[in-house]
Design a protein around this ligand. Structure first.
Ligand code: GLU
Length: 448
């Protein structure tokens, strides 16, 4: 059988059965062709429909989320949970609250999550959820009522052995608190392991908040090391200024690099002195305000709402904002400015056209499912601590995270070389490594 032609047929079928879900099609288009060398070596996975089953979520939930705003008016949002694959463990993946959320976005994220979670080597399946809710401008009380209504429907599908959500864009410690409270009230169970990303004070893990950003930098550090480079004195551009970006900046600075730019949805900020992270945290986490206010507080900085953060020359770029934020022209600008490496802190931030530009130019490129796997890996460590009613120190947890990232990086390179001949092909390495783990479990568990 011509495996590539078969994978093309599966992809065509994914597009046909999931019309209008552009981001899901994009995620499938990245993964499916790269599975050809794995299937050539494992023809036994062809007969049992492993690939077809991987592309079809085990369960997809869509539900109404009605809630009362502060004026007493009824608001209606749409909630989602896509339970994609449970071959390796309970469904695991974050919840995203953002107006752009729809079924296609949740499916792309859930599909990526299957491979990412498998790559961590931990016992977690793949899932994702969220709502088309805009948290911006909402009071704490409104956020609480929204979270309570969301959980009032979702709780019946969750459980520490069934489905374990966490945060993503628009969902942090505050939202996890409200969601957990409602789950506990409805079920009358203090089931710590049903959600991760909890505050450390009541069942959360040290280093979970930092994990995605730190892990992305560890991954980039490993990529750089393959060419004899490190972060010392390097100029770095980080897109975004949310949870992932903030802790990526923190770790770059700890390793001696200098982050000269970051951004939010209104524009980007350049500070050649190095981004003042305390100021960013104050603006974003305490005031929940715009990044442009940084330039008011620090006159050496410059804010721009034209162009993109990738116009700023850098040695290393860490896209940590959202999907498809780094496009063809941004990649061309980065290559022109001599960028050595790009590691994705966000999920699918680089468009396929941008990735092609990096490939042609020989820029080291770490795809999100490998580079940002530290977040969900530390969620799995949180689940372990909850199951054991234990709590590890920050250092203990961070060193587990660092070792997971080193292992993920090494495995990507080994399989990239073995299945494609080029260890720098992290896309191939990540997809094949994740696939082989999930496929083995799915084959053993029968056609379900
Ligand atoms: N939302 C994060 C991700 O994209 C974390 C998921 C989790 O911790 O379950 O991997």
């Amino acid at each position: 059988m011509d495996v590539s032609a078969y994978l093309e047929t599966v992809y065509t079928e994914v597009c046909r059965r999931n019309p209008g879900e552009a981001e899901f099609h994009q995620a499938a288009a990245e993964v499916l062709p790269s599975l050809a060398p794995a299937l050539d070596r494992h023809p036994e996975y062809l007969g049992t429909g492993i690939v077809e089953r991987l592309c079809e979520p085990e369960r997809q939930l869509i539900f109404r989320v009605p809630w009362l705003d502060d004026r007493g008016d009824v608001q209606v949002n749409r909630g989602f949970r896509v339970e994609f694959n449970s071959a390796l463990g309970p469904y695991k993946g974050g919840l995203r609250f953002h107006p752009s959320v729809n079924l296609g976005i949740v499916k792309f994220l859930g599909f990526e999550q299957i491979f990412k979670n498998a790559l961590t080597g931990m016992a977690i399946g793949g899932g994702k959820g969220g709502a088309d809710f805009e948290p911006k401008g909402r009071s704490d009380a409104e956020i609480m009522r929204f979270c309570q209504s969301f959980m009032t429907e979702l709780y019946r599908h969750l459980g520490e052995h069934t489905d374990v959500p966490a945060g993503d864009i628009g969902v942090g410690a505050r939202e996890i608190g409200y969601l957990f409270g409602q789950y506990k009230r409805i079920t009358n169970r203090y089931e710590s392991g049903v959600l991760t990303g909890k505050p450390v004070a009541w069942g959360g893990s040290h280093a979970r908040t930092e994990a995605t950003g730190y892990g992305t930098v560890y991954f980039a550090q490993e990529m750089l090391a393959t060419r004899g480079h490190d972060f010392g004195d390097r100029h770095v551009v980080v897109s975004g200024s949310g949870n992932v970006a903030v802790y990526a900046i923190e770790k770059v600075h700890a390793l001696g690099g200098r982050v000269v730019a970051c951004s939010d949805s209104s524009g980007y900020l350049v500070d050649e002195d190095g981004i003042d992270l305390d100021l960013v945290k104050e603006i974003k986490q305490v005031r929940r305000s715009r990044i442009s206010t940084y330039a008011e507080a620090k006159p050496t900085a410059r804010f721009s709402s034209r162009g993109t953060v990738y116009d700023v020359p850098c040695d290393i770029a860490l896209p940590c904002a959202t999907q498809n934020e780094l496009r063809h022209d941004d990649a061309v600008a980065l290559v022109k400015n001599g960028t050595l490496a790009v590691a994705e802190g966000a999920n699918m931030p680089c468009t396929p056209e941008a990735v092609e530009v990096f490939r042609e130019a020989g820029v080291l490129y770490g795809p999100g499912k490998a580079a940002n796997a530290g977040g969900v890996a530390t969620s799995a460590l949180e689940m372990q601590q909850n199951a054991a009613r234990d709590s590890w120190t920050f250092d203990q947890t961070e060193s587990r995270l660092a070792s997971v990232m080193r292992t993920v990086h090494a495995q990507c390179r080994v399989n990239a070389e073995e299945y494609g001949g080029n260890p720098d092909n992290y896309v191939l390495g990540a997809n094949v490594t994740g696939f082989l783990r999930v496929a083995e479990a799915m084959a053993a568990q029968g056609v379900i």
